[in-house]
Design a protein around this ligand. Structure first.
Ligand SMILES: *Cc1c(COP(=O)(O)O)cnc(C)c1O
Length: 388
């Protein structure tokens, strides 16, 4: 059994992908070929925003959004510690400081109440209100932006987050690396916040056959700046450089693969709902596991189907038992970012973000993809009922 079965999907469109790649080899525009604009147009329409800017990875998408807003040293960017490293890494790369805010235990996404408290702590410099980075010789940090993450494919609480961002003049970035195709009150993920950033890493809900990413926004000047940053800060032509940028382009070949895969995407999003609902149904009697909750008005795209065990030992025993039967599971994420060696310089301590720490010690993800068979899910569920 596969954790994510990319081969099942490829079987459906292998011919079309080969044909499309052949077309790119024929026209030879490997960099910024016509497939880039075609993909940007299709995905902007799907998400319901004015602009889509294809780029080299989800990490670059986040980096470009922060750079476009001019985030740098002395700036605080508030984000969740329960995410993939890239979310916070880009903040540090620009010399700004990641300031962590704990998650809501039900959704695993950033908790707006604690975000509010963190902003008060930053403004007053009172770490008694909310844990703050303990930086040597620290001058006061200025809150500039929020990066909310739609973890496992479930959008964060953008109603509240948008309100907090507006009230405090903060730039809101949606890390939608896992949530392309998800919805909140009928609007699509990547459309929330000032810029939405997604990833086309192969294992994401819409993945290519390498690295890729995209920024979404509706603001014309923001889009123009991100397009410039993507191409080494270009001005009106390639060799006029008006700002510091990056080599952040998506390959034409990856764009054409994404166009082929996107033709299946809406069907796959529906299949993901079927698979996830079936897990929840099958595991209902399994009282010692906590299955995911999707609040009213939300639709997850189920990048992962993650469950909580009672404690770490319980999780380890279940994962070992499944492994013995050839059922793969993965822990997303075993260590929250405030406890990662890479962020030790921020001076956070164990206990600063108890919800993230607790979830990291108990969570694990089950095989999840649109082509997961009902029989396989039944086997997984019956194993879980025995082991848990
Ligand atoms: C995958 C991921 C990223 C980074 O995307 P890449 O395309 O691998 O650079 C960023 N944030 C989250 C939450 C992710 O899951």
């Amino acid at each position: 059994m596969e954790f994510i079965d990319l081969a099942a999907q490829q079987k459906r469109i292998r011919g079309e992908i080969e044909e499309r790649i052949r077309k790119v080899l024929d026209h030879g525009q490997y960099i910024m070929g016509p497939e880039i604009a075609a993909l940007e147009g299709e995905l902007a329409r799907y998400v319901g925003v004015k602009h889509a800017i294809a780029c080299a990875s989800g990490t670059d998408a986040l980096l470009m959004a922060l750079m476009a807003r001019g985030i740098g040293p002395g700036d605080a960017v508030l984000t969740t510690p329960f995410t993939f490293i890239a979310t916070a890494e880009v903040i540090s790369l620009l010399g700004a400081t990641p300031v962590y805010v704990d998650i809501d235990r039900k959704t695993y996404n950033i908790d707006p109440d604690q975000l509010d408290r963190c902003l008060s702590a930053l403004r007053s410099g009172d770490a008694g209100l909310h844990p703050l980075p303990r930086l040597a010789g620290q001058t006061r940090l200025t809150p500039k932006a929020i990066i909310a993450v739609d973890l496992f494919g479930l959008p964060a609480d953008y109603g509240r987050l948008g309100e907090i961002a507006r009230q405090n003049g903060l730039f809101l970035i949606e890390d939608a690396a896992q949530s392309f195709g998800a919805e909140l009150h009928g609007r699509k993920a990547c459309a929330f916040g000032d810029v939405g950033c997604t990833s086309f890493f192969p294992a994401k809900p819409l993945g290519c056959y390498g690295d890729g990413g995209m920024c979404f926004c509706s603001d014309d000047s923001m889009a123009e700046i991100m397009r410039s940053i993507r191409l080494h800060g270009k001005g009106s032509h390639k060799y006029e450089n008006i700002r510091i940028g990056i080599n952040g382009r998506l390959d034409t070949i990856q764009a054409t693969i994404l166009l082929a895969k996107f033709s299946l995407f809406e069907e796959e999003v529906k299949l993901r709902q079927v698979v996830a609902n079936r897990y929840t149904e099958l595991l209902r009697s399994c009282r010692s596991l906590v299955t995911p909750e999707v609040p009213a008005g939300y639709q997850s795209v189920w990048a992962q189907y993650s469950v909580l065990a009672r404690d770490e030992a319980h999780r380890d025993a279940i994962m070992k038992g499944l492994q013995a039967k050839g059922i793969p599971t993965v822990i997303y994420y075993p260590r929250p970012l405030h406890l990662q060696a890479a962020f030790a310089f921020l001076g956070y301590r164990k206990g600063d973000f108890p919800a993230s720490e607790d979830c990291a010690s108990r969570i694990f993800s089950l095989p999840m993809h649109p082509y997961l068979k009902e029989e396989d899910q039944q086997v997984i569920a019956s194993m879980l009922r025995t082991l848990a």
